[in-house]
Design a binder for this molecule. Structure first.
Ligand SMILES: Nc1ncnc2c1ncn2[C@@H]1O[C@H](COP(=O)(O)OP(=O)(O)OP(=O)(O)O)[C@@H](O)[C@H]1O
Ligand SMILES: [Mg+2]
Length: 219
């Protein structure tokens, strides 16, 4: 369980997240909806430890994360697919997928097993494995970024605007992949941001709205 309390984050001396409090339970799929600049990416980056909080608390299973550096948080098995994907162009798709697990120090066998699971969830990746990370379309890059986040995201999976710019058919495939993932890992907590709530369809169990850095649960 991820518990956020009175989280305040400043960027360039501007308050970006304001007293954000939320509880994201295991086995839930949570939508975070807010317009451009509302603070969606900043919230996910704060949970990942990529931006420093000014004050507040982020706890995961009663462990306080707020002062834990990003590289230590890697052990927590949070997967993160940033909105700009960041697939490394000089590596193959397979190397891109293996990388976060290698950073965690997992064995080659563990990584291969995890990769098999990811390919069950996102079979579209299989024919792309040997391809260069620079040779992907926008939509293919989104599928690979999803796969890479699932490689390490065994407890919490955070997806930043995954449906933005995806063609309807690919959106449908993406949603089906998330459904397969939930079947394989029912306890996983999935957090998905979007600016357009319609793109989330019936995927989330719970929707929060973020507006100028304030987060509220929709009822
Ligand atoms: N590095 C930064 N320095 C200063 N301000 C920033 C920085 N990054 C983001 N901001 C500001 O913080 C606010 C929230 O940005 P954020 O990227 O979290 O929003 P978002 O909801 O993800 O928006 P989008 O839908 O466009 O992705 C915006 O006003 C943005 O201009
Ligand atoms: Mg964003």
């Amino acid at each position: 369980m991820l518990t956020i309390e009175k989280l305040n984050v400043d960027l360039a001396s501007n308050r970006i997240l304001r007293d954000v409090s939320a509880q994201f339970d295991d086995a839930r799929t949570i939508g975070i909806v807010g317009r451009n600049g509302a603070g969606k990416t900043t919230l996910l980056r704060s949970i990942m430890g990529l931006v420093k909080a000014r004050s507040g608390s982020i706890r995961f299973d009663d462990r306080e994360l707020i002062d834990l550096p990003g590289h230590v948080r890697a052990e927590l098995n949070f997967g993160y697919a940033p909105e700009d994907r960041v697939i490394f162009p000089t590596m193959s798709v397979e190397q891109n997928l293996r990388l976060p697990c290698e950073v965690q120090g997992q064995s080659a066998q563990e990584i291969t097993e995890r990769l098999q699971t990811v390919l069950k969830v996102v079979p579209q990746i299989e024919p792309m494995l040997a391809r260069s990370g620079s040779a992907l379309s926008g939509g293919q890059g989104k599928m690979v970024a999803l796969g890479r986040a699932i490689m390490v995201g065994t407890r919490v999976l955070m997806l930043d605007e995954p449906f933005q710019g995806l063609a309807p058919k690919l959106s449908q495939e993406y949603a089906l992949a998330l459904g397969r993932l939930k079947e394989l890992q029912p306890d996983l907590c999935v957090v998905i941001t979007e600016s357009n709530v319609k793109l989330l369809g019936s995927i989330p169990d719970q929707i929060w709205t973020i507006e100028r850095g304030s987060l509220t649960l929709n009822t």
